[in-house]
Write a protein that binds this ligand. Structure first.
Ligand code: FAD
Length: 505
């Protein structure tokens, strides 16, 4: 066992969006922070979301006005902080009179446009789907539609960027290191982690724990910390499918289903479409969540009701499923359970445990800030709020203007093919200079594994972003798994596992 006897301020359990966001915020206030994640960063729910930074149009029907307003405000804050991994998207909503009257949709969109201090994003417009090009892929029976704005985000990278930001402010980030026990002793916590790769057990003394374990939040409370909470988490499964994109244009679609749910049909990774989601009550282990054939059939049927092109199960290239860790507000219908977050601060024995229930990708920054406000009494000397105007790593882009940034990168790297520059600029923003460090031509990027994957990027991800396995690289740090053939992915894995990088990781 390695004793880390120095007292740290904050021990954060969970390397999803909320844990990474809390660690970054707290470290930037001058607190001594350790973050532990049992698997890879973002391996839980935070890489399996619908990848939208959005107010949540449908939550208006559940009268969640405060949540929608705050999330709408947060959209533009995050757009400025990370314009490389977050960008505006227009959503076309074909009007389906059987599902909702036009006046209700119009009212919802009016509120959506005006609730949240919209500055950069364009407002709603009405479409004539028989004339406007956005209507071309839709069935002729849909005459009228609406188009509104939200934002797209690379969810897993948002987690990584927060972890990088936390580390740059002095936090220690441990991956593949579950917290195996936490005990209150003499007004502080003694916390143990076990490194699943090396077997090393580490022990920390911490003044406070923040439990950001998402779907595992209750498990941490009762089984790891031996504590109690009157609050409960409600697990709701949601699945997505990936198919080849079949329409032209960058717009997404939002279609209404007969059960009053809405399904997103979003352009994804250039030539693909991401379709989701479902809302299914879930009671199993969060690790075991998997897409059901019934969910795939449900999503395909909802989409086929609207588009001329008919999707078949054989069109599904990939599917993934995640578990929403919702705060259990006692609502029966999984779609109606609140998407808001709730703090539960347990100060027993002078060793605080802050449990977090719920919290969307969109609201992570604000959640972290409010969580730190809850701990003001414990850390009276900590620094002020700072994340609202601070760029995330790589987001140091003048005026958050990604297009000008991209043009500049083209001038700086005239030897790089355009798709590769776009790939680096999108994933790494201003850190592109570190990924392609010192490279003057394609040969300098090292071995090529297919698509846009070169050795230089792999080395960067291992050195700077805690990547340890081929899957960390192909599926979470990047989405190369969608662009490399199975044979290329296998060849990459063989190379990686036999290289100095696997040993270093
Ligand atoms: C289908 C679906 C679609 C969604 N779409 C959107 C969307 O479009 N926009 C949006 O804003 N939100 C969306 N969400 C919600 C959002 O994804 C989640 O609310 C958010 O990712 C939860 O983050 P988290 O950090 O709380 O949990 P997680 O990401 O699950 O992180 C918790 C982490 O804790 C770790 N952990 C557990 N036990 C331990 C332990 N003992 N020691 C150390 N670590 C541990 C886990 O491994 C995990 O990585 C969606 C969710 C789902 C499921």
């Amino acid at each position: 066992m390695t004793p880390d006897t120095d007292m740290i301020d904050l021990f954060v359990i969970g390397g999803g969006i909320n844990g990474a966001g809390v660690a970054r915020d707290a470290a930037g206030r001058g607190l001594k922070v350790v973050l532990c994640e049992k698997d890879d960063l973002a391996q839980g729910t935070s890489s399996r979301s619908g990848k939208l930074v959005h107010g949540g149009l449908r939550y208006l029907e559940y009268y969640e006005f405060r949540l929608v307003r705050e999330a709408l405000i947060e959209r533009e804050v995050l757009l400025n902080a990370a314009p490389h991994i977050i960008w505006p998207m227009r959503f076309v909503l074909p009007h389906s009179p059987e599902d909702r009257p036009a006046w209700l949709v119009r009212l919802g969109l009016f509120l959506y446009d005006h609730l949240g201090g919209r500055k950069k994003l364009p407002g709603t417009r009405t479409l004539d789907l028989r004339r406007d090009p956005e209507g071309a892929p839709l069935l002729d029976q849909y005459h009228k539609g609406f188009e509104y704005s939200d934002c797209w985000v690379d969810d897993a990278r948002l987690v990584i960027l927060n972890a990088v930001g936390a580390a740059e402010k002095g936090a220690e980030v441990l991956t593949r290191s579950p917290c195996i026990s936490a005990r209150r002793e003499n007004g502080a916590w003694t916390v143990q982690t076990r490194n699943e790769v090396t077997g090393e057990i580490r022990s920390f003394r911490a003044r406070c724990i923040v439990n950001c374990a998402g779907p595992w939040v209750s498990d941490i409370i009762s089984n790891v910390a031996g504590a109690n909470s009157a609050r409960k988490v409600r697990l709701v499964k949601g699945s997505h499918i990936i198919v080849p994109k079949w329409w032209s244009g960058q717009q997404a679609y939002l279609v209404q289903n007969h059960d009053k749910r809405v399904i997103f049909v979003n352009p994804y990774e250039g030539d693909k479409a991401l379709i989701g989601t479902t809302d299914v009550a879930y009671e199993g282990r969060a690790e075991d969540v998997a897409v059901g054939q019934d969910e795939i059939d449900y999503l395909l049927a909802a989409v086929n009701r609207y588009f001329k092109e008919k999707l078949r199960p054989s069109d599904v290239l990939h599917a993934f499923s995640g578990v929403r860790p919702l705060f259990d507000d006692g609502k029966g219908n999984p779609s109606a359970v609140t998407r808001d977050y709730v703090f539960d601060l347990d100060t027993t024995g002078g060793a605080p445990l802050l449990n977090i229930f719920g919290g969307k990708i969109t609201t992570f920054r604000e959640l972290a800030e409010r969580g730190m406000h809850k701990l003001k009494g414990i850390f009276p000397g900590m620094g002020p709020d700072w994340t609202e105007t601070a760029p995330l790593p790589g987001g140091e882009i003048a005026n958050a203007d990604f297009e000008s940034f991209l043009n500049l990168q083209r001038e700086l790297h005239p030897w790089m093919p355009r798709p590769l520059i776009v790939h680096y600029a999108r994933l790494y923003g201003a850190r592109i200079r570190d990924v392609a460090a010192g490279a003057m031509n394609m040969a300098d990027l090292g071995r090529h594994f297919g698509g846009n994957l070169y050795e230089a990027e792999v080395r960067y991800l291992v050195a700077r972003e805690w990547a340890q396995t081929p899957e960390d690289i192909l599926m979470r740090r990047t989405k190369h798994y969608l662009h490399l053939t199975p044979a290329e992915q296998q060849a990459f894995a063989d190379w990686f596992n036999g290289s100095d990088l696997a040993r270093a990781a």
